[in-house]
Design a binder for this molecule. Structure first.
Ligand SMILES: [Zn+2]
Length: 288
């Protein structure tokens, strides 16, 4: 494990913005004569704004199974910024008749990986479209995955904060192995009841199972790739790829490690606290 950064105490959102963006903010100011930055992969025009004048621009990282999409989605609702999952962008483009859909269909049909260039084009297009609709800020989920992607992203927009959600590997494995799908209604459940005792200064982790209603109980199936061997391999590949990316953002002073203390009920308030958003709604209504 690499060095761990953690804000010693919660920082005000504005403070996070100031601290984490001082370098990019300076770049934005010096770039004032030409605020439109053109992506090398298209004629996308995304305005670089001073962080104090726009909403958050965050990235969420986390192992498969950690629940990254759930937390990113909840935060995006709270902050009123779009939750942009690159997996969704690819699926949407495939389903559309957009300029890249034909190319994407070929790539996917051949079982190839979608290139960084295509992903960043879709992302830049999404950001530009959002900006045109008056959207400000974003929470990215599923991108960047590599340093190369992170560097390309830097060329397109500024990232203020990278939140890395973490759970011990044993918990991730237990959680993935507990996944069940109802073969009739298609809903997802989880039968794992996780209760890790705190030790060696590490806090305990408890996660209640997400049990199905009785009419689904007898119809539960396990995904064929949710075996211990496959889950471990998925985590190994993820860690191998994400470690350099985490180090990249750590060196830029943008990484916030967050060890999830349990499921959503335990983790959500703590995450808000770590981001100093725990009284965000009250502050919003007070300011209104
Ligand atoms: Zn069901």
């Amino acid at each position: 494990m690499a060095a761990i950064t953690r804000f010693s105490k919660p920082l005000a959102l504005s403070h996070i913005r100031r601290c984490l963006c001082s370098s990019s903010a300076a770049a934005a100011v010096s770039d004032e004569s030409n605020p439109h930055v053109t992506s090398p992969f298209g004629n996308y025009k995304i305005t670089r704004r001073d962080p104090s004048e726009r909403n958050v621009q965050w990235v969420f990282l986390g192992s498969p199974g950690v629940g990254k999409g759930t937390y990113a989605s909840r935060l995006s609702n709270l902050l009123g910024v779009p939750h942009i999952a690159t997996g969704d962008l690819v699926r949407e483009e495939l389903a559309s008749s957009g300029p890249l859909s034909k190319q994407l269909t070929e790539i996917v049909n051949q079982g190839k990986l979608v290139s960084d260039e295509i992903i960043i084009s879709l992302l830049a297009e999404r950001l530009e479209a959002g900006e045109a609709k008056g959207q400000s800020g974003f929470i990215l989920d599923g991108f960047p995955r590599t340093i190369n992607q992170a560097e390309i992203l830097e060329g397109v927009t500024d990232i203020d904060l990278v939140v890395n959600l973490r759970l011990p590997e044993s918990v991730l494995i237990e959680k993935c192995l507990g996944r069940r799908i109802c073969s009739q209604c298609g809903k997802n459940f989880n039968v794992a009841s996780i209760n890790v005792k705190g030790q060696n200064g590490n806090p305990g982790i408890s996660m209640a199972p997400l049990l199905p209603p009785s009419h689904c109980m007898s119809k539960l199936v396990t995904r064929s790739d949710d075996t211990e061997k496959v889950v471990k391999e998925r985590l190994r590949i993820y860690n191998e790829k994400s470690q350099p990316l985490e180090d990249y953002y750590l060196n830029k002073g943008k990484l916030m490690e967050f060890d999830l203390p349990g499921g959503i009920p335990e983790s959500w308030p703590k995450l808000l606290e770590a981001l100093n958003l725990d009284d965000f709604e009250e502050r919003q209504s007070a300011a209104a």
